[in-house]
Each structure stands twice: as structure tokens, then as C-alpha cells.
Write a protein that binds this ligand. Structure first.
Ligand code: ATP
Ligand code: MG
Length: 409
């Protein structure tokens, strides 16, 4: 038997109502803030991710699904920021009034070791704002993430923020980190040794225990906690914090937070939800002022985030699968079709037994799958009436054929 591939999952009908709720709430929360939806292709040129996500990242180095077609190297999108930026450039969005505020949802693909909250095909919902370098844009992005989580019923959130500074102040920071970690190189893991050359700040993101111990050392802490960011970056960060306070959003500054992607500068943030097991990070994002230009567009500041929808799903209250409003019970399929169409046209859902089996069988089926049974047997057909049975209360009434709809509540 052919089965779903490791790290992939069917979203079953019994789960669909909850997924639809996550999507509906996303649409509502983001459109209330005047964000528009964008849908980009699930595969792109491999080069887009190599340049856009960064070739020192785990995503690009280990996790991409890449294939060749007509001598082109293509990759299933591991995240959607690069694709949205490509679309922004390709469609000349920099000529639109700024900021351009977009949101998306959809499947992403990463070749990872599957575990709870970690799949190879998973879904993200995210927002991207282009064209504003104001700290209020950073705060608005975080605000939207928090509002979305709150609307999903997730209120116990841990919001961590940090500032990575601009390329200039980051350079100083990077050198200091390299300097202080140099004596420990042989004790750091292989990945960290690789990062040491390619992107030293990413070392701080390492989850390996023996590496984390090194970050605890006094002299390393001194560098990590030191104030490397320049005056401009500092005042940007101060403003972001001020606005978060004004928004009543509690946050914690975590100087170890550097985020896994290469393109961030200034504000980075992560949101954790407290009622999940080992993988409790639900949201990650930050500012990426150089990415549009890196990918060949006009210099455009931007800020955004992405959330893992499977992780949200596992945290939120589940929605019940809805029963049909009406199940029509009849032996006359032609009449059934007429009335079913009428019910559906009124905006209620209606179902019936395609085989027009015995009354009892149909009633059994109706009781399991609908709120009302609408009985249309010979008696009813002869008197131009229908019998409506409320399947919860078992209350039953006979009403004229032309006035039954108003009785269904
Ligand atoms: P992690 O550290 O958990 O690997 P990440 O830094 O790779 O996360 P991002 O690229 O920032 O994650 O993606 C944002 C969110 O997408 C994460 O916070 C998480 O909720 C979700 N996510 C990332 N990878 C996966 C995956 N393989 N399966 C399910 N959800 C994922
Ligand atoms: Mg990851």
C-alpha cells in the first residue's frame, strides 16, 4: 500500500473545521489592519532561496527539496518571504503607495527529521510589510501576530525581542563574538564551526547543550550582553519597545535571539506559546531591510513574520465538524432534488439518501448527520406539506410545503 510520505500528513475532514477557523481568523485580523493576501507559487528558482534565505542557513544547506527540470534547478519553497519579495520586485510594487502590506498562508517544505510539531510539508501563515523603516512598523507586525494568536484563543504568550543592529554595528558585534569564541572553537559543534566562518552570530542560535554552556561563560556573556548597537539602531529599538508597552504587549529582550535566517537586521522576535511540548515556538520574524535589494529590487525596508500552523493547530481548541442543517427523507428522488435545491438556495445545507432506502434507514442516517429531518413521504406529497423533525428535541411538526424554511432555526 502506498502511504503518505514521512513528514507529511493528511488534514482530515474531522480536522478541516479547525483549519478553516485558523484561516478565517487570519483573513479577518489581517484585513482589519488593511493587509492584502498574496499567493505565490510553491516552487521557485533554487537561486532565489540560496540568495534570499542565505547560504549559511540550515534551510538552504540541509533542508531544501531541490529538483531539476529542463536544466533548471527548482526548489519547493521552504518559507515564503523570498517568494513574496520576488513577487514584490517582479510586479513593480515599489511604485505602489508604500507601505505595501501583504499576508499569505500555504504549505512550505523542509527536509527535516520529523517529530512532534516538525514536518517536511507544513503550513505557515505570515505577514510582510514593505516600504516603512519606522519602528512603528515593527511594533505593528508584532501587534498583528499577537492579535492573531489571541483571536485563536492563545493568550499565554512569551514574546522575545532583540535588535541585531545594522550592518555597521553588527560588524563590530560579529568580530567581538568571533574573538571571544575563538579559544572554544574545538569545543563548539561542527555546525558552529561552520557558522564561525560564514555567519558567526548564528552560533548563538545553536541548540546543542555543550555549545549553550559555552555561551554561559562569563567572558562570552559579557560580549553577548554588551551594547554593540549604534545610536540609530538603539533609538529604533527603544521606540519599538515603547510602542509594545503602549500596546500592552509584554515582551522580554533576549540577547541570544538571532533567528535562523541570514537576512534580518535590527528587530528580530519570536513568540512562544506556553501550552505546547518541546517545539513551542509558534512565530518568528523580524526586519529585513536589505533583502529586496539583495534580490535585485530597489532598496526597500521591510519587516515580517511567519507562524507554523500545525503548531497552532495543536494548541487551539478544536472546532466540531458541522452537521447538515437538513436531511430530506423521501422515496421520491425527483421531489427530493427539488426540495434539496430549494433548501440549499436559502443558504442552509441539505443532504439526502441517494438510494432512497426504507424510511427507517433514512431516519437513522438523518439522526447521525443532520439537525433536522424533513420528511416528504406519500402523506406529505398528497397534502402538499412537509414534516419537520428536530433531531435534537425529537419535536415534530407538519407544515405547508411553502413555509417550512422559516421553521428551521
Ligand atoms: P525551528 O527553530 O523550530 O526550526 P525555524 O526558526 O526554522 O523554527 P522559521 O523558519 O522562523 O522557523 O518558521 C516560522 C515558524 O514556522 C516556526 O516558529 C514554526 O512554528 C514553524 N515551522 C518551522 N519549521 C517547521 C516544520 N518543519 N514543521 C512545522 N512547523 C515548522
Ligand atoms: Mg528550523
Amino acid at each position: 500500500m502506498i502511504q503518505a510520505q514521512k513528514g507529511t500528513k493528511d488534514i482530515l475532514p474531522s480536522e478541516a473545521a479547525t483549519w478553516q477557523r485558523m484561516e478565517d481568523i487570519a483573513r479577518r485580523v489581517f484585513s482589519l489592519a488593511n493587509f492584502q493576501e498574496i499567493r505565490t507559487p510553491v516552487f521557485e528558482a533554487t537561486e532565489l532561496f540560496a540568495r534570499g534565505v542565505g547560504d549559511s542557513t540550515d534551510i538552504v544547506n540541509k533542508e531544501m527539496y531541490t529538483f531539476e527540470k529542463s536544466e533548471r534547478s527548482l526548489t519547493l519553497r521552504p518559507e515564503n518571504t523570498a517568494g513574496v519579495v520576488r513577487a514584490f520586485i517582479e510586479h513593480g510594487f515599489s511604485r505602489l503607495p508604500q507601505p505595501v502590506k501583504l499576508w499569505y498562508k500555504g504549505p512550505m517544505f523542509r527536509y527535516e527529521r520529523p517529530q512532534a510539531g516538525r514536518q517536511r510539508q507544513f503550513h505557515q501563515v505570515g505577514v510582510e510589510m514593505f516600504g516603512s523603516q519606522e519602528p512603528s512598523a515593527d511594533a505593528e507586525a508584532i501587534n498583528l501576530a499577537v492579535k492573531y494568536l489571541n483571536e485563536l484563543g492563545l493568550n499565554d504568550l512569551e514574546i522575545e525581542i532583540n535588535s541585531l543592529g545594522c550592518p555597521e554595528c553588527r560588524k563590530k558585534y560579529r568580530e567581538a563574538i568571533k574573538e571571544v569564541l575563538k579559544p572554544y572553537l574545538k569545543d563548539l559543534c561542527e555546525d558552529c564551526n561552520f557558522r564561525y566562518e560564514k555567519n558567526p552570530l548564528r552560533i548563538l542560535d545553536c541548540k546543542v547543550e555543550s555549545c549553550k554552556e559555552i555561551f554561559e561563560k562569563e567572558e562570552v556573556q559579557k560580549v553577548i550582553l554588551g551594547d554593540f548597537i549604534c545610536e540609530d539602531c538603539k533609538s529604533h529599538f527603544d521606540k519599538v519597545k515603547e510602542y509594545l508597552t503602549a500596546l500592552n504587549i509584554p515582551y522580554r529582550v533576549n540577547k541570544l535571539l538571532v533567528r535562523g535566517l541570514d537576512y534580518y537586521n535590527r528587530t528580530v522576535f519570536e513568540i512562544k506559546s506556553n501550552n505546547l511540548g518541546s517545539q513551542n515556538a509558534v512565530c518568528g520574524g523580524g526586519r529585513y531591510d536589505s533583502l529586496v535589494e539583495t534580490l535585485g529590487g530597489p532598496s526597500t525596508p521591510a519587516v515580517g513574520w511567519a507562524m507554523g500552523m500545525e503548531r497552532l493547530y495543536s494548541l487551539i481548541e478544536k472546532s466540531e465538524t458541522q452537521k447538515a442543517d437538513v436531511f430530506v427523507i423521501s422515496e421520491n428522488i425527483a421531489e427530493t432534488f427539488k426540495i434539496v435545491d430549494e433548501i440549499r438556495a436559502s443558504g442552509l445545507s441539505a443532504d439526502f439518501d441517494y438510494a432512497a432506502r426504507k424510511f427507517k434507514k433514512q431516519l437513522e442516517k438523518a439522526s447521525k448527520s443532520a439537525k433536522y429531518a424533513l420528511i416528504l413521504m406519500d402523506d406529505e406529497l398528497n397534502t402538499n406539506t412537509v414534516t419537520l423533525k428536530n433531531l435534537e428535541t425529537s419535536e415534530q411538526i407538519n407544515v405547508p410545503r411553502n413555509s417550512y424554511l422559516e421553521k428551521i432555526v
